[in-house]
Design a protein around this ligand. Structure first.
Ligand SMILES: Nc1ncnc2c1ncn2[C@@H]1O[C@H](COP(=O)(O)OP(=O)(O)OP(=O)(O)O)[C@@H](O)[C@H]1O
Length: 116
């Protein structure tokens, strides 16, 4: 997997105005697609749905991205980069013993393509 193709999630969040409704240009079965300007290029950013991300393990995601990065064909949209981050959220809830802190781990994954 090429490290230089990895894009921090916060950068994709910035160029899509926080994955705003106004930036949304399409919807696929596995996620919504947003427009953005990345390093001077128009790009389409696909944010995978939470249930999609939960349905695949990290290795499957990286394998899929690795395969798509290698695909080069005039009729196929070039995958430009990907984001792959795990976030930890501190959740407090009340149990019998008082407040319980739980770290919820979730993967946040998205792909970024050069727009046609
Ligand atoms: N590069 C792009 N430029 C402009 N619009 C795009 C681009 N990529 C996707 N879209 C828009 O987003 C929609 C969904 O694209 P996507 O590639 O996710 O479709 P899909 O292959 O059907 O999805 P999935 O694989 O999740 O089922 C497209 O129908 C189109 O409207």
């Amino acid at each position: 997997m090429t490290a230089e193709k990895r894009i921090p999630l916060h950068e994709l969040r910035e160029i899509t105005n926080g994955f705003s409704v106004d930036s949304r240009i399409g919807q696929g079965g596995y996620g919504d697609v947003y427009k953005g300007l990345y390093k001077g290029r128009d790009v389409a950013v696909k944010l995978l749905h939470v249930d999609t991300v939960q349905g695949i393990d990290d290795q499957q995601y990286l394998n899929e991205v690795g395969n798509l990065l290698r695909v080069k064909h005039p009729n196929i949209m070039q995958l430009f980069g990907y984001s792959y981050e795990t976030t930890s959220e501190l959740v407090e809830h009340k149990g019998k013993q008082g407040l319980i802190n739980t770290y919820i781990e979730s993967s946040a994954s998205s792909t970024c393509r050069v727009k046609a």
